[in-house]
Ligand binder design. Structure first.
Ligand SMILES: [Zn+2]
Length: 289
């Protein structure tokens, strides 16, 4: 190849690399989310929300939003950390897992059942829960005992029933990851709607060191996106520009701040939707097309 041709190719490659880099830097949307159509190409209709907002979820969450049977309201995407503690009047939607004495957020019950069955089938070990829902008082005691391992009261997602500390016989805590079941849970729990809430790479964002035993329900397709892109829940939620609709994994996703009239939007046509407050004042809307 002539020297001149080489220089031209090299220059063009450099220009392309710079253009890509600038595009990535200027791109307002993280690579794991894609803006759907022209703000979806989906016509959206306004949906009235009842008493929208965190801290307004006393008692059981109503099952329908705007009385639409396709819409489920749950608490699956609550962000709970030191920066976003739960409101004092927060009330988790709890149930007891399959007639046991393990309280769990009702949106996670079915998914946890499937995960624990898969663990047993794949590894032969039975998965147990050492800690699921904690009352504020219990969290306070743990925090006072050792603030380095427990969040301050209100800042622990154990108070939502969405976070579960799991173990198998002989392998609990950090030892969990040394077991086959622990490795399975860490690399496959996303298939069941769970994430490792405090991953080894996420201390800066979560404020917590790696906890291979603490799984957190977020539902589909969020768990898959979070796992595939090595994100923390903090980074994932921050990636949404409020009000914009995104398309990912066959779903339409939107993080919405209710408008002046307390309304959020849903596409005009869809089969199922899940709406969850995220504890920052916004709602995550997960729509199955
Ligand atoms: Zn935990």
């Amino acid at each position: 190849m002539k020297k001149k041709t080489k220089v031209v190719i090299l220059t063009l490659s450099c220009l392309l690399a710079v253009a890509l880099a600038v595009g990535v830097l200027l791109g307002r949307n993280p690579h794991w989310l894609y803006i759907a159509g022209e703000t979806l190409g989906v016509r959206c209709r306004k949906v009235a929300v009842k008493e929208a907002g965190p801290g307004k979820t006393e008692g059981r969450i109503p099952t329908a939003w705007g009385e639409d049977p396709r819409v489920t309201l749950d608490q699956s995407l609550l962000l709970v950390n030191e920066g976003y503690p739960l409101p004092e009047d927060f009330s988790p939607a709890l149930t007891f897992y399959r007639d046991t004495e393990v309280p769990i957020n009702e949106c996670a019950e079915e998914a946890y059942g499937r995960l624990s069955e898969a663990v047993e089938k794949e590894t032969g070990s039975r998965l147990f829960v050492s800690s699921s829902f904690r009352e504020e008082e219990e969290q306070k005691e743990l925090y006072e005992k050792d603030p380095s391992t427990a969040n301050r009261p209100g800042a622990s997602e154990h108070q939502t029933g969405l976070g579960l500390d799991v173990y198998v016989r002989y392998y609990a805590g950090f030892g969990f990851i040394k077991s086959e079941a622990g490795r399975f849970v860490n690399s496959h729990c996303w298939e069941y709607g769970f994430i490792i809430r405090y991953p080894s790479f996420g201390k800066k964002e979560t404020g917590m060191k790696y906890e291979p035993w603490h799984i957190r329900y977020v539902g589909e397709p969020h768990a898959k996106i979070i796992y595939n892109n090595r994100l923390t829940l903090e980074e994932y939620l921050a990636g949404f520009e409020p009000g914009v609709w995104y398309e990912a994994e066959g779903y339409l996703l939107s993080r919405q701040e209710p408008d002046g009239e307390g309304r959020i939007f849903l596409p005009e046509e869809f089969s199922e939707a899940v709406i969850s407050p995220d504890n920052t004042g916004a709602f995550l809307v997960t729509v199955k097309k």
